[in-house]
Design a protein around this ligand. Structure first.
Ligand code: DLZ
Length: 175
């Protein structure tokens, strides 16, 4: 049994988040964006600390996620999109590349890049995962992002006590 357990708190105050969303299947992805914004808001993120980026389809998400993460302007990047098998003949390729690319953006930059992509067999299933029956994957992705930024802050940046970003502000983060 471990003597010390590390896990992040659910407090978004003072952290900055980017949301990357695709416009494809916007009827569903729009709900994921709303879910992510709602999650961040409920956990205390300031409006000015959340920025939304839009791309045409989910295939375009990974490269932008990488560039946004590389900019170091954000503590976490939340990716949301919807890929539906029934409507996408090359479903496996798109879903596979998006999944790999999102993971790679996080691994390459060290910034948490969160996977909020709905991959569904049918439109109905996708709707269920965007708030109808099975929660909202955007909301869940926001929770994950907040937990991770707190975890990394706690474990790896504890002694820094400060943050310095593009806007040149250094401030002490609440403990
Ligand atoms: C082309 C395409 C298809 C058929 N299906 C989807 C989908 O279900 N979900 C999604 O996010 N994007 C889809 N796209 C668009 C691709 O992601 C991409 O935008 C285009 O192939 C251009 O690179």
């Amino acid at each position: 049994m471990p003597t010390v357990t590390h896990q992040g708190r659910l407090n978004a105050e003072g952290f900055r988040f980017a949301i990357i969303a695709s416009r494809w299947n916007d009827f569903i992805t729009g709900r994921l964006v709303e879910g992510a914004l709602d999650g961040l808001d409920r956990l205390g993120a300031a409006e000015d600390d959340v920025e939304l980026y839009k791309v045409p389809g989910s295939f375009e998400i990974p490269l932008l996620a990488l560039k946004v993460a590389e900019s170091r302007k954000f503590d976490a990047v939340i990716c949301v999109g919807t890929v539906i098998r029934g409507q996408t003949p090359h479903f496996e390729y798109i879903a596979g590349e998006v999944t790999k690319g999102i993971a790679q953006a996080g691994m390459q930059t060290g910034v948490p890049v969160i996977y909020g992509i709905v991959t569904a067999d049918t439109l109905e299933q996708a709707i269920d995962r965007a708030g109808a029956k099975q929660g909202n994957k955007g909301f869940e992705a926001a929770m994950t992002a907040v937990e991770l930024v707190n975890l990394y802050q706690e474990v790896f940046k504890k002694d820094e006590g400060k943050r310095t970003r593009g806007r040149g502000v250094a401030e002490t983060r609440r403990k």
